[in-house]
Design a protein around this ligand. Structure first.
Ligand code: CS2
Length: 454
């Protein structure tokens, strides 16, 4: 069957393609981090803008891990399909907003040229939590410096990672990276580079070759850059100069992203991580199969309603109970085949904002936090049991979590340098849960929890 590309596009009648002229699209966005999430999220919002007739939101998407993703996409003229699916309903759509893919450092000069072009108005980022402490700041600084030297047109940098105040955070890592640069350059960054915070939400599991084959036999063309995602998608950004041009894209602009981000990271990602570690401990491959167990869904529902939702006050018009219900339904989507292993990676970079601060806030308010403490203990138990860990702190976490003394395990792991620490006054309840998890079945631990909370 034909492989998706510009030349085969006219013959594809099974799936809707770009309604705009691909030749007229200008690159206005540079995206760092060409993963599945970008292609299923920001690129789709930009595709909406192009469909609405504004041709200035084409994307050059940059892969930084390996050239493979960028080159595979380039072979299809950067066209790919996002197949939104929920149970039996599928809504595939061919996306054309990415007009160029690149690999950093191989294509460094091209990216410098793009960054120097005043037509470029946005740099967006999805690089995962840990990259902000690694290569990203230097790379962005390099691009900003070339822009500064070549006219210095203003631009916005929008982080789309699940980090608290992600815009401010990006701003601070860049400030740090350019600390020794000239004061003129630093002043220019402060005056002309904007860092609005943003909140992103869409479940986008890693693709598999089986999925690609199944798609081909159903829709009659091959797409090696195919993405499967849930139908739901949300992007909230703080008011910014760029917003007038993005009207009709589906992006929501608000005064402050903080309440959206807090609700999402705690109620969605906190639960997602908890389910992922439970799945790993129970040898369950997909997250939907973890939450389908009624004892587990009951546990996470109570955790959301009785604890997480009580840990903060939301100033926005968001019904937290309905939001939590919708989240559980989304995670239960069986067609996504989202691997618990994928979500379980990098716990040390994710749990501080997903669970630790929730537990701390509940403790400060003298509110119950036993479920969140159990969730943290589930992670620690997983660390001690896992054969291999995909985490920047893997070595230290594995060593400490294997300590026979649960208190020592908790203390050792939780005093590592995380973005925020668990209040040491919570070590005792967490150690108790860890002890129980080590000596009893999960089901027994969950019934103890329920009994104690009656
Ligand atoms: C997941 C997220 O892998 C993970 O850590 O929790 O990628 C999650 O699917 C998204 O944040 C949903 O918006």
């Amino acid at each position: 069957m034909p492989t998706l590309s510009r030349s085969t596009l006219p013959s594809i009648t099974t799936v809707e393609g770009p309604s705009y002229d691909l030749d007229k699209v200008n690159i206005g966005v540079l995206h760092m981090g060409l993963g599945a999430f970008h292609r299923a999220h920001q690129a789709v919002f930009f595709d909406n803008v192009l469909r609405n007739g504004n041709s200035n939101f084409g994307v050059c998407a940059v892969s930084q891990r390996s050239p493979l993703v960028a080159d595979t996409l380039a072979e299809q003229d950067c066209l790919y399909t996002v197949n939104a699916s929920d149970h039996a309903v599928e809504t595939p759509r061919i996306i054309g907003s990415i007009r160029e893919s690149a690999y950093f450092p191989r294509d460094e000069q091209r990216l410098i040229d793009l960054a120097s072009n005043p037509e470029l108005g946005l740099i967006t980022i999805t690089v995962s939590e840990k990259a902000y402490l690694q290569s990203l700041p230097e790379r962005l600084s390099l691009l900003l410096h070339s822009r500064f030297l070549t006219g210095g047109a203003p631009l916005a940098i929008i982080s789309c990672d699940n980090l608290p105040s992600n815009g401010e955070y990006t701003h601070s890592v860049i400030q740090h990276a350019i600390a020794n640069e000239s004061s003129e350059f630093k002043k220019w960054v402060e005056a002309h580079v904007r860092f609005p915070n943003s909140m992103v939400d869409r479940i986008v599991p890693a693709i598999t070759s089986t999925r690609i084959d199944q798609f081909e036999s159903k829709y009659g063309y091959r797409d090696l850059s195919l993405i499967t995602a849930e139908p739901f998608s949300e992007w909230v950004i703080e008011h910014d100069e760029v917003e007038d041009e993005l009207i009709g894209s589906g992006i929501r602009f608000v005064n402050s992203v903080a309440p959206y981000e807090l609700a999402k990271i705690r109620l969605f990602n906190g639960v997602h991580s908890t389910l992922a570690y439970l799945g790993q401990l129970l040898s369950i491959e997909y997250v939907a199969d973890v939450i389908s167990d009624s004892r587990i869904s009951e546990f996470v529902q109570r955790m959301q309603e009785d604890e997480i939702a009580q840990s903060f006050i939301t100033p926005i018009d968001l019904n937290l109970m309905e939001y939590a219900t919708q989240i559980r339904q989304r995670i239960s989507n069986p067609t996504l085949l989202h691997r618990t292993k994928q979500i379980a990676m990098d716990g040390s970079q994710k749990l501080p904002q997903r669970l630790f601060t929730t537990a701390n806030n509940l403790y400060e308010k003298s509110l119950p936090s036993s479920r969140v403490c159990l969730a943290i203990a589930i992670w620690l138990h997983y660390l001690g049991e896992a054969e291999e860990l995909d985490d920047p702190l893997a070595l230290e976490l594995q060593t400490f979590s294997k300590s026979r003394d649960s208190h020592a395990a908790v203390r050792g792991c939780l005093t590592l340098p995380f973005a925020s620490q668990v209040n040491p006054l919570l070590y005792a309840p967490i150690s108790r849960w860890l002890d129980l998890l080590r000596t009893q079945s999960l089901w027994k631990v969950l019934s103890t929890l329920e009994r104690e909370n009656e």
